[in-house]
Ligand binder design. Structure first.
Ligand code: UDP
Ligand code: MG
Length: 192
């Protein structure tokens, strides 16, 4: 069984859809093993989105460049740069401001291939390109173009760990060992 970290970001909290999001995971058979409602300062958030992780910045920048290309827009106008790492660094600054701008729900979910399955349920980073049926696709139509023109990150409601390395790092960042509970759900024997 794998564990993965999910955050309901400030836009999800302010829209009052915490319950709907949690329900989707519970319904699919993912077990909540830790859960909290916190408003964290920039120091914690900047460890969640570390500037030193160049691969994170490059990944963000490349997603943006692809979206601008598909929509025939010039990223130079929004960013003054065509370098994915530079663009990623700018967006990541907005990420840090944004995630510390209000309370978030942090949860640790456990289940069969939890990291991949949760990402599948969360959907693509840009809500306008996320499939219907995914959380981002069902609850938002924001795009990175609109977001970045407004000097903010895409409001995509939710964060989920991207791989096992991130999941382990984020579990340690967001939760103390004592916050994590081991128990059996009544439907486990039937579902698995
Ligand atoms: N982001 C953005 N535009 C992009 C890529 C990322 O606004 O083109 C923001 C968005 O809020 C995203 C966060 O940066 O959730 C982290 O990016 P990442 O590539 O890790 O996407 P995720 O794992 O959240 O899908
Ligand atoms: Mg990510």
């Amino acid at each position: 069984m794998e564990k993965t970290v999910v955050l309901v970001k400030p836009d999800g909290v302010k829209r009052g859809i915490i319950g709907e999001i949690i329900t989707r995971f519970e319904r699919a058979g993912l077990k909540i093993v830790a859960l909290k409602f916190v408003w964290v300062k920039e120091d914690i958030v900047s460890r969640h989105y570390p500037e030193a992780r160049i691969e994170l910045l490059r990944g963000i920048g490349e997603k943006t460049l692809n979206a601008y290309k598909d929509f025939g827009k010039d990223p130079g106008e929004s960013f003054g740069s065509l370098d994915p790492v530079e663009i990623g660094r700018m967006i990541n600054k907005w990420n840090i401001e944004y995630l510390s701008s209000g309370p978030v729900v942090a949860m640790l979910l456990e289940g069969n291939q939890a990291i991949t399955n949760v990402r599948r349920m969360v959907g693509f980073t840009h809500p306008n390109l996320a499939q219907p049926g995914t959380i981002r696709g069902d609850y938002s139509i924001d795009s990175t173009m609109l977001a970045n023109e407004r000097r903010r990150p895409a409001r995509n409601i939710i964060h989920a760990s991207g791989n096992s390395e991130e999941a382990k790092y984020e579990e340690e960042l967001w939760f103390h060992k004592n916050d994590v509970h081991s128990y059996k759900r009544a439907d486990e024997d039937v579902m698995f």
